[in-house]
Ligand binder design. Structure first.
Ligand code: DC
Length: 225
């Protein structure tokens, strides 16, 4: 039984990770950032100069140990084979490559199996692209978060500018559009709203409003929340 699963899917920059983290915090659930797992494999493929073939990437996914350390500095550190890669997996190089890595069936099979194992043991909020459709299709609470490309690009730009990084709104916008296309047209588990997911457009909502809407929906739709 996966009674305590909250599945949050949606395109890049819709606010999934901010909102999923806060929902988990408020409910006392674990938060699992599944995009970070695909990013780790993309990062390791660069660091280990792994050829970008399906076979080599699937083997890499199998031999890479991914851990989330909730008690590390700043909370929720991402470890790859014991090494802290929390910042490295957000580099533009990884961001450009990750859609290609995430499209490989063998990589997906490995990541999905790990996600399912975690969800079977704990109450968890997962965010990603295929949580409500493939990883936990039986979840009672499924949310599909979206926002216009312009709004998503504006948020990413603001985030990067606040970190002191130079960013071009146009470049971010075209990167997001390209990633949307790659994620939603790939053959294996494309980004798609589950038929029974609650569609929430966050373009005009604050993160707090989105968090409250998700918790209200979860309480209404699951006896376990
Ligand atoms: O959410 P993010 O930007 O960190 O995701 C990184 C990439 O991983 C993104 O291009 C889509 C892919 N992804 C996926 O295919 N399935 C998931 N469950 C999560 C992310």
């Amino acid at each position: 039984m996966n009674a305590c699963i909250i599945a949050i899917d949606g395109p890049a920059g819709a606010g999934k990770s901010t909102v999923a983290r806060k929902v988990a915090e408020k409910l006392g659930y674990l938060y699992l950032d599944t995009g970070a797992m695909y990013r780790v494999i993309a990062l390791e493929s660069i660091r280990q100069s792994v050829p970008l073939t399906d076979e080599a990437l699937a083997a890499l996914a199998k031999r890479t140990s991914i851990r989330f350390d909730l008690d590390g500095p700043g909370g929720n550190r991402v470890l790859s084979n014991g090494v802290d890669v929390t910042e490295a997996i957000r580099s533009p190089e990884v961001t450009r490559l990750v859609s290609q890595v995430a499209a490989v069936p063998g990589v997906r099979a490995e990541m999905v199996a790990q996600q399912q194992q975690i969800g079977r043991q704990k109450a968890v909020v997962l965010d990603g692209r295929d949580i409500g459709t493939v990883v936990f299709p039986e979840a009672e609470v499924k949310i599909f978060l979206t926002a216009s490309v312009e709004e998503r690009a504006r948020r990413r730009w603001l985030e990067q500018t606040n970190k002191g990084q130079k960013a071009s709104l146009e470049e971010i916008s075209s990167d997001i559009a390209a990633r949307d296309l790659a994620d939603s047209t790939r053959e294996t588990s494309p980004l798609r709203q589950a038929d029974d997911a609650y569609l929430l457009d966050t373009s005009r909502l604050t993160p707090e409003e989105v968090v409250d809407a998700i918790i209200a929906y979860a309480k209404e739709h699951s006896h376990a929340v």
